[in-house]
Design a protein around this ligand. Structure first.
Ligand code: ADP
Length: 502
């Protein structure tokens, strides 16, 4: 019998909260439903956590942190994480189908990108558990000074809906490797993957209370987790707007915070680039995951002399993108995650038009038949005649909408590329290596892709400059977010301190 519920059986699915190793109803008895965005039909009914449940989960995480979890060796923590990565790999096919049903992303993406990366992250951080070390410091005198790198404690983790399982992996894996315990709140739009992950966490054998999963709404469950005096750290991925609320709530208790927020990435095409590569890269930059990517290349700067050719090739390809049933292996774009997001995108299309931008292609929902006519689909959309100052080029849309901005001068281009409140990522397409590295140095962003886009690996850090947040996830730097340093001094002289005289 599989421990993961397949996408087909028991529709709608039912889930409880995972607190202290038990599946329990919410204290209020309330539940909420989440739709399949491809059809609008109910996918799951989920217990709705609120403050009382968050209190219980935080208390359980504290007991686990001070009890069983702290007694486990680093090796055993690593083994549990590795076991979890193996269970995830074993159940990848069912989990990919669940992720697609919950979020709407094409099955090809969830199968070949999301799930493999989820597995990779747990595997990578499993290896780190035994390698988190302190250091000895060469202090003067007959003193011995060393550091201990200790876990922070109970971590509240709040994640978004665009890569539901992957965001859970980015958050849980380093936190657990470093010896913390966790209260995880999935997004209300996509709680299902996290609940299935909870089953595998129990099956792997993590002690009760080490991972608690509390689905619920942002303003209730999320807000009470961020403001909770019982947590030592809050980690958040989501919008810059909500990131500010989280930082404010955390400031009340001086809870440590890490934030991975929005973006409005410049993706820059020089005339000397391989245009086939650059067109494919621009598509990957904006249409991947229906454009619901914080590092999406949503500002496409194209050198004036190749702009017309580039845009015509891009729009021809964009029109051929297969939009439809995300469970179909040939589909390249599924629905947006929710009706709210679909309406937000439509709103930005109106804003762009009113600002003087022109629709080159898309700008509306496609006409789909049968059960998909009620899905939240939107066509790949390209705007021309955009100026960097326009709202469509400054505000994060989080949909398949790209703004083409032409440029002639490199210095002015850098200024424009950096003229944004965000600084998460950037892309550049050129054959001139000095220009590529000059750009990498001058752009104010946490990740730069040269002649590629949307590349990730569990070993490579990811995070933002400016209002795209603070802290780096993945790679060894993620451990800095989940550990704190203790400095220990030892007097080796065996004599009293001479300061106040004999
Ligand atoms: P989006 O606007 O794209 O839905 P959000 O930033 O609102 O993204 O949501 C990301 C996560 O933050 C979700 O888990 C959501 O429930 C949570 N969230 C939303 N509002 C708050 C809040 N005020 N406090 C804490 N968490 C919140």
């Amino acid at each position: 019998m599989s421990s993961v519920q397949t996408a087909e059986d028991n529709n709608p699915r039912k889930y409880q909260l995972l607190i202290d190793g038990q599946w329990v109803d919410a204290e209020s008895g309330k539940t909420f439903t989440t739709p399949n965005p491809a059809t609008g039909e109910t996918l799951a009914e989920v217990a709705e956590a609120d403050k009382a449940d968050i209190d219980k989960a935080v208390a359980a995480a504290r007991r686990a942190y001070e009890g069983k979890w702290s007694k486990l060796s680093a090796r055993d923590r690593g083994r549990l994480l590795y076991k979890l990565s193996q269970l995830l790999e074993e159940h990848s096919a069912e989990l990919a189908a669940i992720e697609t049903a919950d979020n709407g992303k094409p099955i090809k993406e969830s199968s070949y990108v999301d799930l493999p990366q989820v597995v990779e992250n747990f595997e990578y951080f499993a290896g780190w558990a035994t390698k988190i070390e302190g250091e000895t410091i060469p202090v003067p005198g007959r003193m011995f000074n060393y550091t201990l790198r200790e876990p922070i404690g109970v971590c509240g983790q709040i994640i978004p809906w665009n890569f539901p399982l992957l965001m859970a992996a980015w958050k849980l894996a380093p936190a657990l490797a470093a010896g913390n315990t966790v209260v995880l709140k999935p997004a209300e739009q996509t709680p299902v993957g996290a609940m299935e992950l909870g089953k595998l966490i129990l099956e792997a054998g993590f002690p009760e209370g080490v991972v608690n999963i509390v689905p619920g709404y942002g303003e209730t469950a999320g807000a009470s987790l961020a403001a909770h005096p019982g947590i030592d750290k809050v980690a958040f991925t989501g919008s810059t707007e909500v990131g500010k609320l989280i930082a404010k709530a955390a400031a009340e208790n001086l809870t440590k915070v890490s934030l991975e927020l929005g973006g409005k990435a410049p993706n820059i095409v020089f005339a000397d680039s391989d245009l086939d590569q650059a067109v494919a890269g621009a598509m990957m930059g904006i249409f991947y995951n229906q454009g619901q990517v914080c590092c999406a290349g949503s500002r496409l700067f194209v050198e004036e002399k190749v702009k017309d050719e580039f845009v015509s090739r891009l729009s021809e390809k964009a029109d051929k993108i297969a939009v439809g049933d995300p469970m179909n292996k040939a589909t390249q774009m599924g629905p947006q995650v929710s009706e709210e997001q679909l309406n937000r995108i439509k709103g930005y299309v109106d804003i762009a038009k009113s600002e003087g931008a022109t629709v080159i292609t898309g700008g509306e929902s496609p006409k789909l038949d049968g059960e998909f006519q009620n899905g939240y689909f939107f066509r790949p959309t390209i705007f021309g005649d955009v100026k960097n100052k326009m709202r469509v080029a400054q505000e994060e849309i989080f949909g398949p909408v790209v703004s083409v901005i032409s440029f002639t001068d490199e210095d002015d281009l850098i200024k424009q590329a950096n003229d944004t409140i965000y600084g998460l990522s950037a892309g550049i397409w050129t054959r001139d290596i000095t220009r590529a590295h000059r750009f990498a140095k001058e752009i104010k962003a946490g990740v730069v892709w040269i002649n590629t886009y949307n590349m990730f690996n569990a070993a490579s850090p990811f995070g933002g400059y400016k209002q795209s947040g603070y802290g780096r996830e993945m790679g060894r730097h993620a451990l800095d977010l989940y550990t704190q340093i203790k400095s220990v001094w030892v007097d080796l002289s065996g004599r009293p301190i001479g300061w106040f005289g004999k």
